[in-house]
Design a protein around this ligand. Sequence first.
Ligand SMILES: Nc1ncnc2c1ncn2[C@@H]1O[C@H](COP(=O)(O)OP(=O)(O)OP(=O)(O)O)[C@@H](O)[C@H]1O
Ligand SMILES: [Mg+2]
Length: 356
Amino acid sequence: MASIVFENVTKAFGDTLAVDNVSFEIKDNEFFCFFGPPLSGKTTILRLMLGLDSPDSGDIYIDGQKVTQLGAAERNMAMVFQNLALFPHMTALDNIRFPLVERRIPEPQIRAKVEEASDKLHIKHILHKPPAQLSGGERQRVAIARALVRDPVAYLMDDPISALDARLREETRVELKRIQREIGHTLVYVTHDQEEAMSVADRMAILKDGHVEQIGTPIEIYDQPANSYVAALLGAPRINLFNVEEHGKTWTAGDGLLDLQSENVPLGTKRIGLRPENLKIRDRSDKDLGEPAQVVSVEPLGGFTVVSVARKDNANEVFRAMLRGQPQIDVGTEVALGWDPSSMLFFDEGDRAISI
Ligand SMILES: Nc1ncnc2c1ncn2[C@@H]1O[C@H](COP(=O)(O)OP(=O)(O)OP(=O)(O)O)[C@@H](O)[C@H]1O
Ligand SMILES: [Mg+2]
């Protein structure tokens, strides 16, 4: 139960600026995600929060109290590490008990805590096994249970379920969300999986090369990305980015594929973003459309179909439309592109979003 604030925190390892002047405020009881590609500084931020590393500059506050100089023991946060780090020679039960035994908590209390955590995580039946006899998913639950039995001010989890297969990941993230609501603690969660971040986070921070690109709710960031990097990081298939071409007073984009004559394109627009669900495939027989595009692949995925198109004479740049259901459309068909103007995103020279 704690708010966590970073104020202009910087941490370098030699020449590598792992965390670059990062500021954010995580609210009490919030499920807060850090999301970014490999080596973007996620683990380093958690280690700084936990007190395993100290910043080169900047300050860290827990519940309004400056903790920059305090060590991990004094901050009382529970961490699930990226590699889980269970003790191989101990059973699951002893692994979970370990942080309590270490703190000399009385036995009846330990039992009650372990009972409660293993109940929440549905792992009672595997408590007698050592980690080597557990599946990846079970090991991950044990690691989370070991964090849960503590009475920390916040839980920090570093990509805890990345090793699981897709189905188990989906199940586990729903469960984690439920557990966090139930226990009502601040949970700081690191992931490199955009779908996972979007599905669990109350709010999230998008990282790139050690700095924060944007902070907001998943939907805010999806709908109003601060720049094209953030826009491309969220959403699958990823957003289509069309370079804008100016011809005197008229505009096109994507080598003429989008005819923007009747669009209100803000001054300074260099690229246009259209998410696949907002890109439409239209019949060429319609008039006043842009240059023809050609269907280069059709992926029927059941509930929707991903149709990839490219300019007929330039198959290098492929754009994707996500259509509902299973439309009948063949590879090679000549089509035109359509869109809902209100769904267009505009980016300037520096790839920053232009708000309209
Ligand atoms: N102890 C260290 N010594 C030297 N460089 C480090 C150390 N820890 C992190 N770095 C560097 O800092 C940068 C950020 O690393 P970090 O581990 O925080 O990234 P990450 O986002 O957690 O990556 P991943 O998704 O691969 O876990 C990287 O360039 C990394 O090589
Ligand atoms: Mg990491």
